[in-house]
Ligand binder design. Structure first.
Ligand code: GDP
Length: 310
């Protein structure tokens, strides 16, 4: 058991959807939460990041800082997705080792797994096959992050762990249609179509790929749970254990938003990996389960969108 109470906890990436959810979740842990703005330290810059860590001396770190984006952004900016993520995680993990951070949790993504991994994907499927090309740059960086944690554990005895969340959605998501993930894109498209009275909304690809979704508040809760209870090499999947086709998700979003038009497909856009359902068994065995159902989650995010973005 690792207690966060009274600890100085750095949430790296606190302005992102996951980082901000972890900050909200930590409010009830009795920890002192510290954050670094871009002006304090550009996390891609080793000297700046090391200086900030040495000055701040956190006891624990949630490494939620990353360059993230949807299928098109990943495919369009491979150098940024590989370089930025490698630098951020190497700088933070090495810096945490230097100042003797007691516990660090690195966050990745389900795209680390082979494109055609057996479903539901268990943790041991890592590095057993070729990656999905549309996000392999991001995936390679995230695999390197897991291996960095394992290497520092093996060589230095560092208590560094890794969690791999599934496709997340929630308040504070990116709703820009060119760079967002599918959930915020669909919410925005359905909302705007409803407002303008458009006959249809356009969904990328065939609608047949299956994806697993988890509300970011559930993810943050799982992260805090693992930080407190888990200490092992390797990584843990963080998911809901259920998946849905993109077409069914679109229909669910339309229902929540109250849009009744048609759904048309833009087949010039990529489908990406056909299915990405992770096994939730390892996480469930630690005694954790998600609390927010998909329809309820989509409804709360739509309310957040209306209040903050619409
Ligand atoms: P992925 O899980 O890495 O593929 O990331 P995304 O969340 O970007 O995409 C998931 C699936 O949703 C892919 O099959 C996309 O083609 C599909 N999709 C359908 N419409 C959209 C859209 O408007 N935006 C995005 N990002 N994906 C969409």
């Amino acid at each position: 058991m690792y207690s966060l109470s009274g600890k100085k906890v750095w949430v790296a990436g606190h302005r992102g959807m996951v980082g901000s959810a972890i900050v909200r979740r930590l409010a009830s842990e009795g920890a002192e939460v510290v954050t670094a703005s871009r002006a304090d330290a550009d996390l891609r810059d080793q000297a700046a990041t090391t200086a900030w860590i040495e000055k701040t001396k956190p006891d624990a770190v949630f490494l939620a800082a990353a360059k993230v984006g949807g299928i098109l952004a990943n495919d369009t900016y491979p150098a940024d997705f590989l370089f930025d993520n490698l630098m951020i995680e190497a700088n933070i993990i090495h810096g945490a080792h230097k100042v003797g951070v007691e516990k660090l949790m690195f966050l990745g993504s389900s795209c680390i797994y082979p494109k055609f991994a057996a479903q539901p994907i268990t943790e041991d499927a890592l590095l057993t096959g070729a990656l999905e090309p549309t996000n392999e740059w991001y995936a390679i960086a995230k695999i390197a992050g897991i291996k960095l944690c394992d290497a520092y554990r093996k060589q230095h005895g560092s208590d560094f762990i890794s969690g791999m969340p599934t496709n997340l959605y929630g308040p504070g998501d990116n709703f820009d249609l060119n760079s967002s993930h599918v959930m915020p894109a669909l919410i925005r498209k359905a909302h705007e179509a409803k407002l303008t009275g458009a006959k249809s909304i356009t969904v990328w690809g065939t609608g047949t790929p299956r994806r697993e979704f988890l509300h970011v508040d559930d993810c943050a809760d799982a992260c805090v749970h693992l930080m407190k209870t888990h200490s092992e090499a390797g990584h843990v999947n963080i998911g809901s254990g259920e998946d849905i086709t993109i077409l069914d998700l679109t229909q669910l979003v339309c229902k929540v938003v109250g849009y009744e038009g048609e759904i048309v497909h833009d087949l010039s856009k990529p489908d990406g990996t056909p299915r990405k359902l992770m096994s939730a068994a390892k996480l469930r065995a630690t005694g954790w389960a998600p609390k927010i159902g998909l329809e309820e989650g989509v409804a709360t995010v739509y309310q957040w969108f209306l209040a903050n973005k619409a």
